[in-house]
Design a protein around this ligand. Structure first.
Ligand SMILES: CC(C)(COP(=O)(O)OP(=O)(O)OC[C@H]1O[C@@H](n2cnc3c(N)ncnc32)[C@H](O)[C@@H]1OP(=O)(O)O)[C@@H](O)C(=O)NCCC(=O)NCCS
Length: 171
């Protein structure tokens, strides 16, 4: 059955869904890549409740199959950061992540007035994510070891990918 739904409405069932999606094994990335993930998850879930962070969730039927956590960059209000993106394996290859990301790009212009750039990051070894981002119009902004930044992982260089936010003409 094909029955997809996408939402960034906070609270209730959606809060439970993003909490579930952010459990480490469901991120489909090695746990060693994000040693502080458990602490980050707890903080992120609280910030989603407070609407400092947002979560865009994809449901396939009743199952949450993917999500994106995003926020305004606390250090630069013109930038929106994608802090987490993952799709369940059985839902991949259908452009669910691309559609989710496009909704984030559009909604970010509503949620965060004045934002002009959206960024995401990943370890330089995550070629799948880098190719996915490139397919979706992102360019490599920086490759750096950013231990003291929002993008610190575990000492391994990060690739920061960026895209200009272009809201639809109807805005
Ligand atoms: C990367 C990920 C989000 C892609 O999800 P998805 O829904 O399958 O992606 P889409 O179907 O929207 O992909 C769109 C295009 O991006 C490219 N792409 C996506 N995943 C790719 C991969 N693993 N390798 C190469 N290209 C890829 C393809 O060109 C694809 O289009 P095509 O299938 O028509 O060729 C998903 O594989 C995932 O969750 N990976 C593990 C988690 C992760 O690495 N998250 C990022 C942590 S920072």
């Amino acid at each position: 059955m094909l029955d997809f739904r996408f939402t960034n409405t906070p609270g209730g069932r959606n809060q439970d869904a993003i909490a579930e999606l952010l459990i480490q094994p469901r991120l489909w990335i090695p746990s060693g890549d994000y040693p502080a993930h458990i602490d980050w998850r707890e903080k992120a879930l609280a910030q989603i409740v407070d609407e400092k962070k947002r979560a865009m969730i994809a449901y396939w039927g009743n199952e949450a199959v993917g999500g994106i956590v995003y926020q305004r960059d606390p250090a630069d209000p013109t930038r929106v950061e994608v802090r987490n993106l993952s799709i369940e394996r059985h839902a991949r290859g259908r452009h669910v992540a691309s559609f989710l990301l496009r909704q984030v790009e559009v909604e970010a212009c509503v949620d965060f007035p004045g934002a002009t750039t959206i960024v995401t990051d990943t370890k330089h070894t995550n070629t799948g994510l880098i190719l996915f981002a490139s397919e979706n119009g992102y360019y490599v902004e920086t490759v750096a070891k950013l231990d003291d930044s929002n993008f610190a992982h575990n000492g391994v260089p990060d690739v920061i990918l960026a895209k200009d936010l272009n809201p639809p003409a109807s805005f």
